[in-house]
Design a protein around this ligand. Structure first.
Ligand code: GCV
Length: 689
């Protein structure tokens, strides 16, 4: 029986603490003593285990699980078609509005019995409903209000792992892989099972098991090392999570002995078909492939003068008979490109590559698009492919792992950033075509749309290194399920389930979390310009550190001004990739939002922002404020010392101290760089090092 470790930090939001209100605890307990489950299956077994375990932890009782009620009061988990006994308690409209993965939770009372009902059309729906009921208990929601109908807004909700078989994780900041060690699967799979529990408790339904940069050992996962995948499949399927693999486009050459990987070559096509048949023979519910092609050294169809359509469709054809999906990343750019002509612009690459291909991909191909046009910077505009593509399935890709946002040493709750992306109006089909709406697939009438997040977990006992970074994993799942949830609502849920229902903790911590992205932004690269990090590992300040800057600094700072002119009028023309309303907004200085000013425009340091401050004074001020704000975070956290167990308290505290030192370094490096460039004093005459 789980969990693999009893450490409270390990349990994350599933730590099932005793309720603080005894009367409510008694009410719930009455219903949960007898659990009625009248169906079988491996997902159903997971439901039974989770209920049994949580009830034991919440109430210190052993629930009796039966297939018929043995008491007058009970909780029943049953499919919608599960018999007449409760069917007249469900209204017609409830029945029709439940989707395949949705669920209904109700409290029912009549003269002979009282029960909580969890019902759904699928086992997955029942599992999600079970976690919801458990969450309601943990959040001490009154039992009387128990009447919930939920369904996910976005069909594909996938976590991506950049784990390698040797146990390393690309851009991982919380230890090694929980899956692999020394080119083998780890021996004990219990921790992986607990990870599956965490993922399905927030409604995720897919996982990519290996890094998109696929090296030779990982290439064998679709051949002689398939047993590793099979074992992982056996864990994840029990939690309704489909598995996907990243594949190397040159696999036919690396492991197939062919002389080419040309997607139009007959032998290559046959080879992939046989590989896919082989996989489905072993893993009947296999989700499909994820491919990074022609990007950062990965092979792709360009080698053979073929297009991304040729490459993606070839793989999709092999997967289609099995219902598999081919997810192809739009993160395609030439990192060696010479941008001195002022038109060449990395930000334009994804749109330039994929827009001409719109409508040419097969139905089971999905283009996975990073939230911004560059690479997960602290602030970027929304990728214009959202709002561009009209006839192509799309997945939105977020980075949960904090590569550019403090590497889980800094506190940076990313949900507010993701919300801005999801709420962004692309104007694709007129006003109101938000990114969330696009990736829900509803306007395209297709289930092959979704959201993906690069995982932030590793084998550190608390999964994410920084305890508070658990909230990013939690928030990613919750937003994927329901993008209309606010950052505040999500963080409050997370705090209650992770730390309990104490008011002071809830207030202080939610304020800290909600401000943290903004604080991080203040002391790092200003006004949306991005980068300014050390090359390679991407931690800490380095104003000219962009690794592909052989053609000049990325931010184009000189003595007079800073920023990248991406306007149509005088710059790279990137602004023209947006629909008219957004084009107008970004093209013109007076309408461009301050926070993205330097992403879109090159301006003088004395250019005035909307608050009447000059760009330079803004840089100075925000960098001083950023450090002060980190001190504020520390003070707030110190105010919680007596409410939080010492282990979690002190590990977060240590990281906040590290954040303060790093923020000071950022402040000093950035401010002195711009002071030396401009020789313009800080108006407040603060000391600039
Ligand atoms: C997996 C960025 C990261 C790389 C990552 C790449 C990608 O460039 O620095 O580590 O590679 O994005 O998303 O493919």
């Amino acid at each position: 029986m789980f969990p693999y470790s009893n450490d409270v930090d390990y349990q994350c939001w599933l730590n099932y603490q005793r309720l603080e209100t005894p009367s409510l605890s008694d009410q719930y307990k009455e219903y949960l003593k007898n659990i009625v489950i009248n169906i079988d299956g491996y997902i159903i077994d997971s439901i039974k285990n989770e209920l049994y375990y949580s009830i034991k932890k919440f109430f210190n009782i052993e629930a009796i699980i039966t297939n018929k009620p043995i008491k007058r009061t009970f909780t029943i988990i049953s499919k919608l078609d599960g018999g007449s006994f409760f069917s007249n308690t469900i209204k017609e409209e409830e029945y029709t509005s439940l989707s395949e993965e949705g669920f209904l939770i109700k409290k029912v009372e009549n003269s002979t019995k009282k029960f909580i009902l969890i019902t759904a059309k699928s086992d997955e729906g029942l599992l999600y409903g079970t976690y919801k009921l458990i969450q309601n208990i943990q959040m001490e929601k009154p039992l009387d209000q128990l009447n919930l109908l939920e369904k996910p807004y976005i069909p594909l909700r996938i976590i991506n792992h950049w784990d390698n078989l040797d146990g390393s994780i690309e851009r991982g900041y919380a230890g090694k892989s929980i899956f692999y060690r020394n080119n083998e699967l780890v021996d004990n799979l219990d921790r992986i099972r607990d990870y599956a529990r965490l993922l399905s408790s927030i409604g995720l339904n897919g996982i990519v098991l290996n890094n998109v940069n696929v090296k030779s050992e990982e290439t064998k996962l679709i051949a002689e090392r398939i047993n590793i995948v099979e074992k992982l499949y056996d864990v994840f399927k029990r939690y309704g999570i489909k598995i996907y693999l990243s594949v190397n486009f040159a696999s036919p050459m690396i492991i197939g002995g062919l002389k080419t990987a040309d997607p139009l070559d007959k032998e290559v096509r046959k080879w992939w078909k046989e590989r896919v048949d082989f996989i489905y023979n072993r893993i009947p519910d296999f989700g499909g492939f994820l491919v990074k092609a022609d990007s950062e050294g990965q092979p792709g169809p360009f080698t053979y003068n073929r297009t991304h359509v040729d490459g993606a469709n070839m793989l999709a054809e092999a997967l289609a008979p099995h219902g598999g999906l081919l997810i192809w990343r739009a993160f395609v750019y030439n990192c060696y490109q010479d941008w001195r002509d002022n038109e060449t612009d990395r930000a334009k690459a994804a749109y330039d590559t994929f827009m001409p291909l719109d409508g040419k991909f097969l139905d089971n191909v999905i283009i996975q698009i990073k939230n911004g046009p560059m690479d997960f910077q602290v602030r970027e505009p929304v990728n214009p492919l959202f709002g561009g593509l009209q006839k192509t399935n799309q997945i939105l890709e977020f980075q949960i792992t904090q590569e550019y946002t403090g590497q889980q040493k800094h506190l940076c709750y990313l949900v507010p950033q993701w919300k801005e992306v999801l709420d962004f109006d692309t104007f694709l089909f007129g006003e109101g075509t938000s990114v969330a709406k696009i990736v829900s697939g509803s306007i395209f009438n297709s289930p092959n749309f979704g959201i993906a997040g690069i995982s932030n977990i590793g084998d550190e006992i608390n999964w994410t290194g920084h305890t508070l970074a658990q909230a990013n994993l939690y928030g990613f799942g919750r937003l994927a399920w329901d993008p209309s949830l606010s950052g505040k609502k999500i963080i409050e849920e997370w705090i209650k389930c992770t730390f309990g229902n104490n008011e002071t903790v809830l207030n202080n911590l939610s304020e800290m979390m909600l401000k943290s992205w903004n604080i991080y932004e203040k002391y790092t690269a200003p006004l949306g310009v991005g980068w300014m990090v050390n090359p390679g590992h991407h931690y800490g300040p380095n104003v000219d550190g962009y690794e592909y800057s052989r053609w000049g600094t990325y931010h184009k700072a000189d003595h007079y001004g800073i920023g990248v002119d991406r306007t149509l009028k005088s710059g790279t023309g990137y602004t023209a990739q947006y629909r008219q309303q957004n084009f107008e907004k970004y093209e013109h200085l007076d309408s461009c939002p301050d926070e993205l000013l330097l992403f879109f425009h090159h301006v003088s340091y004395i250019y005035k922002l909307s608050n009447n401050k000059t760009v330079l004074q803004h840089i100075y001020d925000t960098h001083f404020e950023g450090v002060e704000d980190v001190q504020w975070l520390i003070d707030k956290w110190q105010g919680l010392e007596r409410y939080i167990d010492s282990k979690r308290y002190s590990s977060v505290y240590q990281r906040l101290l590290e954040q303060r030192e790093s923020a000071k370094e950022w402040r000093d490096v950035i401010n002195s760089y711009f002071y030396r460039k401009t020789m313009i004093y800080d108006e407040k005459r603060r000391k600039i090092y």
